[in-house]
Design a protein around this ligand. Structure first.
Ligand code: ZN
Length: 173
């Protein structure tokens, strides 16, 4: 495994619409493993393939598994999600405001409205279809990563963006 470089908006690849994953072979397996390592090293709770300059519809995500996360997310805390060709198939009427940061935009955070609850489907690392019902922070992370696959960044839709203070803690994705 290897840690890959996370690109920033200066690199136009971050703004490209990513292509569907069709090859689940060894190159794709390596990309997944590298992205998981890169995400955990950053550290972040999500990472989309375009962020490591790979224009493919794929992201990885993992919420922390500390006590607080376990209380709130139960068995979804600490679960590693790998989504290829993800699609939202159901969203709540309500959106909720929350704070987000992005590994591709270090040092900043912003307020973004996201669907409170979603059902998302996709393929796992071997191409097998699955779906996940998510709410709260996990639903937010999934929506943030989905946007990356269409070249969209949270700063495009944020109601407010600010530079983080050194002591401000915000997990990025
Ligand atoms: Zn991001």
């Amino acid at each position: 495994m290897a840690i890959r470089t996370i690109i920033t908006p200066e690199n136009p690849l971050l703004r490209k619409r990513a292509l569907r994953v069709t090859d689940f072979g060894s190159g794709f397996q390596t990309l997944i493993d590298d992205m998981v390592e890169t995400m955990l090293d950053a550290p972040g709770v999500g990472l989309a393939a375009p962020q490591v300059a790979m224009p493919q519809r794929m992201f990885v995500a993992r919420l922390p598994d500390d006590e607080e996360a376990k209380k709130e997310y139960g068995k979804l805390a600490g679960v590693l999600f790998v989504f290829a060709n993800p699609e939202l198939i159901k969203v709540s009427k309500e959106k909720v405001e929350g704070v987000e940061a992005c590994l591709s935009i270090p040092g900043y955070a912003g307020k973004v409205d996201r669907y409170e609850r979603i059902v998302i489907k996709g393929q796992d690392r071997h191409g097998k279809e699955f779906r996940v019902k998510a709410d709260g922070w996990l639903a937010r992370v999934f929506q943030h990563e989905l946007d990356h696959l269409d070249g969209r960044l949270y700063i495009d839709i944020a109601k407010e963006v600010w530079e983080q203070k050194p002591d401000e803690e915000q997990v990025a994705e």
